[in-house]
Design a protein around this ligand. Sequence first.
Ligand code: SF4
Ligand code: SF4
Length: 235
Amino acid sequence: METASIFLTTHEAIQAIVADFRQYDPQIILFSNILPLMTDGRIHLKRESGRNGAWINRQGKPAMKWLNGPELVAYMCDAITQTRWHPQLLATVCARVFQTRASPETDTETENLGVCLETNMENFNCRQCGSCCRFLEYRNEVTPDDVAQWRAAGRKDILKWVDEIRLKNHTLSFRTWVNPITGEQTQGCPFLREGSQSGRWICRIHDVKPAICRQFPLSRKHAVMSGCRGFKKEA
Ligand code: SF4
Ligand code: SF4
């Protein structure tokens, strides 16, 4: 059986790495593993046994600073965003972060540089348990392309659950899913409904669902970390 894979542009791959570090508890061992590659050994990280954080000497600053919790995650995400990526480095880091094979690739249609990731989706079987939609991991990851698609299709029923936010740098960000009556973000997706078979759930906007849903899970690791049972063998 052919191994399933996905092509991510350089930008998408960097976003996916950042999302991975944002989603889970600080992945300090993984970060200390990729940091020397990303910074050519210019930034040092030291762990301390029994403590959930790290000492880091930031670029141009000789003193080490203790970082943990959200501050450490923010530091990791900044370091990833500011790295000067080249295709081989990106593939090497993707392979470690997503625990799969990755190689530098050029999209034949667009000629965009990027990374080809093995997803192992040929071994994936969605159980329609709805867990990924009832306990959403994403809050602000709906993209301008998703929104443009809904606008073009006149999908006001979807757009009313999306809040548009203009950031300081004039780019747009989108909060989902925001209850149009209460103004609060929902824990689960409003477009999920129970199917006719007990315990099976269905996406009501399957044909136009956001890219982040179409790509879920990005890898076996992503599935395991988020509690998705799609890679488990049927009992
Ligand atoms: S958590 Fe996994 S198995 Fe369950 S519905 Fe989502 S993708 Fe399918
Ligand atoms: S849009 Fe569909 S796939 Fe995405 S979270 Fe909602 S119900 Fe699930």
